[in-house]
Design a protein around this ligand. Sequence first.
Ligand SMILES: [Zn+2]
Length: 230
Amino acid sequence: MNRIGRKKLWQKLLLLDIICIVLLLGGVSYQKIELQTRETVNTIQEKKKVALTFDDGPHPVYTPEMLDVLKEKNVKATFFLLGEQVEKYPDIVKRMSEEGHLIGNHSYKHEQLSKLSSVQACTQVNRTNELIYSVTGKYPEYLRPPFGDWKDRLDCEVNMIEVLWDVDTLDWSSKNKDKVVNKVVTNVEEGDIILMHDSYESTVSATKEIIDILQKDGYEFVTVDELIME
Ligand SMILES: [Zn+2]
């Protein structure tokens, strides 16, 4: 082999070495990326889902405050609205919808639907659906009957999914922030629906704390449709 030939061989070997190093480094970083991706997927899968739900609104003062809190914490919630309140405060309902919260029906005047005739009960539900549609452009699919009381086999029921709750905060009764927070954090489990009312200052402050505590505990807040569809 002449000098030129040896030089060429040496160059080829060097090139081969470089290619091997590049491939090796590439492989290592690919493995790292793959590992990181797997870890991210696992973290997402490990989050426990829970839904905050608020009934009886919109309230002229506390619903906007609640929306501010949810916006600041980047949390989506579900609001079950009364038709008569939607009529009074359509702008708040519009904001609620624009900010990505789920809007459900809580009847028109908070009457116990099982005590009304079928026609009256259906009117309470349908009138509220129309009012919400006129503001948001979307018909609600979910109904939370006042007092959790709903007559079976009502003609209008077929188009709505009834949503009750797992944790009742009794916030309307205590109107006490610490009691509401405690009730939730000591009772909540994965997949739970939490019942509250956006009609009290104490519930607004409690919601702030509940979000912070549960997020640290690995919970993710979703709207009820996400829990029900699973
Ligand atoms: Zn209610």
